[in-house]
Ligand binder design. Structure first.
Ligand code: ZN
Ligand code: ZN
Length: 336
């Protein structure tokens, strides 16, 4: 099978032939039909974060495909089922986090495309317990970005406690942001899309954003304050400066949700404004299997739209350069 492999953190990925892996007990072999490129894959491939993935490895945690073989003891799935293989590749199912519906906080979790080989290949091995069935109404091409970008932003909007008639600002419209915007609308909010590129603001406009703020031309804090301030700000741009702007754009009682992981690990948090304004700062990491099932149901019901750009797996290094240069408005999806 073809697979995109990271062999060194300072080298491009190598697309090579590898034997098709065998599923062990509790695992399934999935023939990948679509695999989305997430910014996390780029951080993983370059060893950007404190805990680096062991080399060599296949990145990708938006793999969607068909179950082709079952490992021992797998009874709840059948050959031919279509499934998604998300970032949360395994969680223990027994710890306090797992049993209280917070499996994404499990300390024993294994992450797809980081701790184990992921979806940027023709086949992937996954834990049968942690794949999520994809309903018929969702194409594999759409399901791929929903598997991380979708569930991550859906969860971020959920944990913000966003209520109808509140105002939500989405900082960074791209693979994640264009979905965050749609979820904020589903939750009933007045929405503000903030970005620095015209293409992305046009996409936000298409998707029904109530207000567009071009942060390259205007001060986003002043522009949002002019509208009365935001009750919720979801930040998807990987920059501490943007986080600080988002905090400053909140009105009293506002909630700042941190999703992106900039290389610089620190932001400045003004204590006085946070305390007097009763501001909450919330970290949100991907979503549970149930969150992903909800994301698929919403999509199947026609409530969301996914902006996808299809590429060949062989072009993965070019695709990474395009994402880093901001030349991709939406999500790159590989069809191996
Ligand atoms: Zn991701
Ligand atoms: Zn656990």
């Amino acid at each position: 099978m073809r697979a995109a492999v990271v062999t060194a953190y300072d080298q491009p990925l190598e697309v090579v032939d590898r034997p098709v892996p065998e599923p062990a007990d509790g695992e399934v072999l999935v023939r990948i039909q679509a695999s989305g490129l997430c910014h996390t894959d780029i951080h993983a491939a370059r060893g950007d974060w404190p805990v680096k993935p062991p080399l060599p490895f296949v990145p990708g945690h938006e793999g969607v495909g068909v179950v082709e073989r079952l490992g021992g003891g797998v009874t709840h799935l059948a050959v031919g089922d279509r499934v998604a293989v998300p970032w949360l590749g395994y969680a223990c199912g027994r710890c306090g986090y797992c049993v209280s519906g917070r499996e994404t906080l499990c300390e024993s979790q294994v992450n797809t495309g980081y701790g184990t080989d992921g979806g940027h290949a023709e086949y992937a091995i996954a834990r049968a317990s942690h794949v999520v069935p994809v309903p018929d109404g969702v194409s594999s091409l759409d399901a791929a970005p929903l598997t991380c970008a979708g569930v991550t932003t859906y969860k971020a909007v959920k944990v913000s406690g966003l209520r109808p008639a509140e105002r939500a600002a989405i900082f960074g419209i791209g693979g994640l942001g264009h979905l965050a915007l749609q979820y904020a609308r589903i939750f009933g909010a007045e929405t503000i899309a903030v970005d620095v590129t015209e293409d992305k603001l046009r996409l936000a406009d298409d998707l029904g954003a109530d207000h567009l703020v071009d942060a390259a031309k205007t001060d986003p804090v002043a522009a949002i304050k002019q509208l009365g301030g935001a009750d919720v700000a979801v930040v998807l741009a990987a920059s501490p400066t943007v986080l600080e702007q988002a905090h400053a754009a909140l009105r009293r009682g506002g909630r700042l949700v941190l999703v992106s992981l900039p290389k610089e690990n620190t932001m400045r948090l003004p204590i006085f404004e946070t305390v007097l304004g009763g501001i909450s700062v919330i970290g949100s990491i991907v979503g549970t299997r149930e969150d992903l099932a909800e994301v698929f149901r919403l999509h199947s019901a026609g409530r969301t739209r996914v902006d996808v750009q299809v590429r060949k797996l062989d072009e993965i290094n070019d695709a990474i350069e395009d994402v880093l240069a901001g030349r991709v408005t939406a999500r790159v999806v590989f069809q191996p």
